[in-house]
Design a protein around this ligand. Structure first.
Ligand code: HEC
Ligand code: HEC
Length: 75
């Protein structure tokens, strides 16, 4: 039972990624600046990228979890 659940979640994540890859919108890279270099967990992103904070996401922003699946650090 547990395995089936994991598989469904895994499949859903893959589908979401494929969807955005094929929709042609590329997620912007995470800027390699002072604000972003120090971040170690995704939970920290919401400190600034949540409604009412310093840099809120657009309403049309795709799923708002697991930022690092889509956004890679700029080298
Ligand atoms: C201390 C506040 C802060 C935190 C924490 C933070 N950001 Fe940001 N982020 C900003 C600000 C402000 C900008 C706009 C920067 C600019 O325009 O120079 C930005 C810009 C970005 C951009 C570029 C957007 C674009 O249009 O190019 C991405 C991607 C991003 N952040 C992702 C993340 C992710 C993922 C995390 C968590 C790992 C995170 N940020 C954590 C403040 C923050
Ligand atoms: C499913 C992939 C995906 C995930 C997960 C994701 N993003 Fe994005 N993000 C995108 C795409 C695609 C864009 C470009 C959207 C556009 O051009 O309209 C974007 C744009 C942005 C921008 C630029 C401003 C904006 O609203 O368009 C920031 C900042 C950002 N993302 C931060 C984050 C943070 C923080 C998280 C985690 C809370 C996150 N993203 C999770 C795909 C993703």
């Amino acid at each position: 039972m547990k395995n089936i659940f994991s598989f469904i979640i895994f499949a859903a994540v893959v589908l979401v990624i494929l969807f955005f890859v094929s929709s042609g919108k590329k997620p912007p890279l995470i800027p390699n600046d002072e604000r972003h270099k120090i971040i170690t967990t995704e939970a920290a992103c919401a400190e600034c990228h949540a409604p009412g904070k310093a840099a809120p996401l657009k309403l049309s922003h795709p799923p708002k979890e697991q930022c690092l699946i889509c956004h890679k650090m700029k080298k």
